[in-house]
Design a binder for this molecule. Structure first.
Ligand code: SAH
Ligand code: SF4
Ligand code: F3S
Length: 471
């Protein structure tokens, strides 16, 4: 049994990260024969992509994916720690699984992802949630087959969580959720330690993948007909800063664009590491989508300092305005936290003012949620939840107004859309995303799925557009 330790997770060791090739021991490759699995994913794209690896590993073991959780032989929850409600969802699901396990004794339940890296969570699993049969963490995802085998051999709760990241694992199998859009990790972990955030503890220190491995993966995707890649990392602009090399995010973006993949996206960008060279490259290559997620978190320089974000309101706005000026037709989205400890009415007004200035195309807004062991959870917080909810409502009213206004400006224009699929109502009711990452619904033949087509915008809503297929 290996349990998580925050003390170890906090340390940033200097050891060189080496690359290790994924290998599944041949002796266990029939373990899942004739059995079904169901993976439930919470959290961010990083977790979604990890689940694509988990599914592929399970299928190598012979398991078959089931769309019905209740009847599956193996259920894995890939969890998220970012806010309390993410926790609650996973614990709620564990409650449901307890009942299910009472009726089906042979059901196997596993838990992984960011919650597995939390000391408190694993402690609860050991003492209260005995229905969980095995736990593995974010640093040893590739060990799933072995952790599962250990559980099956011993039939005792198996917990294997490493608190210090190990090597970079290359060559893990992947079962991609889409045949035309793909996630490609370019880095793991985060060294920023924003004071409210648990990610540096759950994902470890920043480790960039080697450019050769990333480009090889993208080229294979191009060969397989993929239309879009999203380069993933908690802090993609810091790509390469953990190597002693001059090859940085702008160079990687340029090389990925040169593979001629029709669409390149990347997330998430921390304003701190956003260079002028990156802006130039994004503006230069038409296949790098003019859509940037640029989390601001707060419009108050005082709160930004308490958050450890390393920029002031003015510096953020300078970057924001530069991006808008240099990249034609760019859309910018953001994340904002309200009710950070000590946020005054005046601080909040600064956030509203910033939202009015930036007129974001999209924004994810959250009430601050204290996370175990982070620096901010020790700060005094006197604002009531009711007040925080009021602030969130006020902020949402403003950001929503601009989503709609920005969308309305597109009515009558023709936009390029990568067609994702059809909705549940019917096979001809298609949807996709524009260059600027706006959801658009329109009618068309199913055969358009996976293609980039032109759609004329006919109507605008707050969170989506309606259109007509024109070509
Ligand atoms: N790496 C990204 C953010 C990843 S987490 C970045 O730095 O921009 C996604 C978002 O969740 C964050 O941008 C932040 O707005 C929000 N978030 C993170 N920790 C939070 C907390 N403790 N309470 C509320 N929101 C939080
Ligand atoms: Fe969290 Fe900050 Fe790292 Fe983003 S940059 S993952 S908010 S610590
Ligand atoms: Fe959640 Fe972990 Fe992602 S905390 S947001 S799943 S990195």
């Amino acid at each position: 049994m290996k349990l998580p330790s925050y003390k170890e997770a906090r340390s940033r060791k200097k050891e060189k990260v080496v690359i290790e090739e994924y290998k599944m021991p041949k002796s266990i490759n029939k373990m899942g024969h004739n059995k079904t699995y169901y993976v439930k994913t919470y959290g961010c794209q990083m977790n979604e992509h990890d689940s694509e690896n988990i599914k592929a590993m399970l299928e190598e073991l012979g398991f078959i994916e089931s769309l019905d959780m209740e009847s599956s032989d193996l259920i894995i929850l890939n969890t998220c720690s970012i806010r309390e409600n993410a926790h609650n969802k996973a614990f709620g699901m564990l409650g449901r699984l307890k009942h299910l396990k009472e009726t089906r004794k042979d059901l196997i339940v596993g838990l992984c992802g960011c919650m597995a890296q939390e000391e408190g969570v694993v402690d609860e699993i050991l003492h209260k949630y005995r229905q969980v049969d095995f736990v593995f963490g974010t640093h040893n995802l590739h060990r799933l087959p072995i952790v599962l085998k250990n559980y099956l051999d011993n039939k005792k709760q198996e917990i294997e969580v490493l608190s210090v990241e190990g090597n970079l694992i290359e060559g893990m199998p992947v079962k991609r959720a889409s045949k035309h859009k793909a996630y490609v990790n370019i880095m793991y972990g985060c060294d920023k330690f924003c004071t409210y955030c648990i990610v540096p503890y759950t994902r470890g220190k920043q480790r960039s993948r080697h450019k050769e491995d990333i480009l090889k993966e993208v080229k294979e995707l191009v060969r397989d007909g993929y239309q879009e890649v999203t380069l993933l990392g908690q802090n993609v602009n810091a790509y390469g800063k953990d190597f002693d090399s001059n090859y940085k995010m702008e160079n990687l973006l340029e090389d990925v664009a040169k593979t001629n993949i029709p669409r390149v996206r990347f997330m998430t960008s921390h304003p701190w590491d956003f260079t002028d060279q990156m802006i130039e490259v994004i503006a230069k290559y038409p296949n790098i989508m003019p859509s940037i997620h640029l989390p601001v978190q707060s419009g108050s320089s005082r709160i930004l300092k308490l958050m450890g974000r390393r920029y002031t309101k003015e510096e953020y706005l300078e970057l924001f305005d530069k991006i808008k000026e240099k990249i034609p037709n760019v859309s910018i989205s953001t994340d904002i936290i309200v009710g950070f400890p000590g946020e005054t009415e005046e601080d909040f007004e600064d956030t509203l003012e910033l939202a009015e200035h930036c007129k974001y195309d999209n924004a994810f807004t959250f009430i601050y949620s204290p996370r175990e062991n982070t620096a901010a959870c020790r700060l005094k917080d006197e604002t009531s939840l009711k007040e925080k909810e009021k602030r969130l409502y006020k902020l949402n009213t403003i950001v929503n107004k601009y989503f709609l206004e920005n969308n309305q400006k597109l009515v009558g224009k023709t936009v390029k859309v990568l067609v994702d699929g059809h909705n549940e109502n019917g096979k001809t009711e298609l949807f996709g995303y524009t260059d600027t990452n706006k959801l658009i619904n329109f009618n068309g033949d199913e055969s358009l799925i996976g293609k980039i087509i032109s759609v004329k915008v006919t109507d605008a809503k707050t969170w989506s557009l309606d259109g007509e297929y024109v070509e």
